[in-house]
Design a protein around this ligand. Structure first.
Ligand code: B12
Length: 212
């Protein structure tokens, strides 16, 4: 059984979407915990892809096809991670900040929050401060969840918070942030209400922010 997780891992590294889909389904059918498939198969593979990119062995096209394979695997896991049998714990708008197109981590956070009973307004990627603001004024979200994977786009988290302050709604919504380059210290610096390093801790954080 461990073998199938290794094949999934390799499938993502090779960007082999059909193989990844086939093996994720096989792992689910074999009764392997969806959380283990996610962690040991998909997430560790993506971390390795990042390392290969950093070392100059992979370039953007390899990252793209790896991401496509990961997304296909995630889509199969989704119904198993999202068991929406709980009443809404709160409403969260989630998005990757302006200028940033990375959405795998954000999608994972959305899935886990949904699984924990939150209602999700997924704003997608390249989300402007004004779009985040609108989710507060027009959709009445309780929490904004911002993701950034690039050091160059992180400042847009600060800009978004400033936009909320200027619009006079900062006290109406909690703001949580995350993404590989983001830290607790950065959250404190820009006046966010919290930071979490991964999707499961994002759930615990969101719950604490809404007092659930
Ligand atoms: C896949 C990938 C891509 C794909 C993205 C596809 C997609 N649809 O997402 C593509 C090919 C498009 C891409 C493009 C680029 N990328 Co890229 N990419 C990656 C890679 C390999 C993996 C990211 C990922 O999906 N990780 C897996 C997920 C599950 O992890 P995660 O995103 O960190 O999310 C978790 C936590 O951070 C947290 N979290 C995430 N969001 C949130 C939000 C909240 C609220 C909370 C609480 C928690 C939370 O929970 C998540 C789940 O546990 C990373 C390497 C890495 N190690 O991160 C580089 C990386 C992020 N990319 C990088 C770069 C440089 C780029 C490009 C600039 C390359 C280029 N020259 O064009 C472009 C930028 C495009 C743009 N404008 O956004 C650099 C960033 C360097 C930096 N410090 O700024 C990295 C770190 C690679 C590297 N080692 O150099 N990339």
């Amino acid at each position: 059984m461990e073998n199938v997780l290794e094949v999934i891992y390799q499938g993502i590294i090779d960007g082999d979407m059909p193989l990844t889909q086939e093996k994720v389904q096989e792992a689910l059918d074999a009764g392997i915990e969806p959380g283990d498939i996610l962690q040991e198969g998909l997430v560790t593979a993506m971390a390795e892809v990042g390392r290969l990119f950093e070392e100059g062995e992979y370039f953007v096209p390899e990252m793209l096809i790896a991401a496509r394979a990961m997304k296909a695997g995630l889509a199969l896991l989704r119904p198993h991670l999202v068991e929406a049998d709980v009443k809404p714990a709160g409403k969260v708008s989630a998005g990757t900040v302006k200028g940033d197109l990375h959405d795998i981590g954000k999608n994972l956070v959305c899935m886990m929050l949904e699984g924990a009973g939150f209602e999700i307004v997924d704003l997608g990627v390249d989300v402007s401060p004004e779009q985040f603001l609108k989710s507060v004024t027009e959709q009445g979200v309780d929490v904004i969840a911002m993701s950034a994977l690039l050091t160059t786009t992180m400042p847009n988290m600060r800009t978004t918070i400033e936009t909320l302050v200027e619009a006079g709604v900062r006290d109406k919504v909690k703001v949580m942030i995350g993404g590989a380059p983001v830290t607790d210290a950065y959250a404190a610096e820009i006046g966010a209400d919290g930071y979490a390093p991964d999707a499961s801790r994002a759930v615990a954080l969101a719950k604490s922010l809404v007092g659930a």
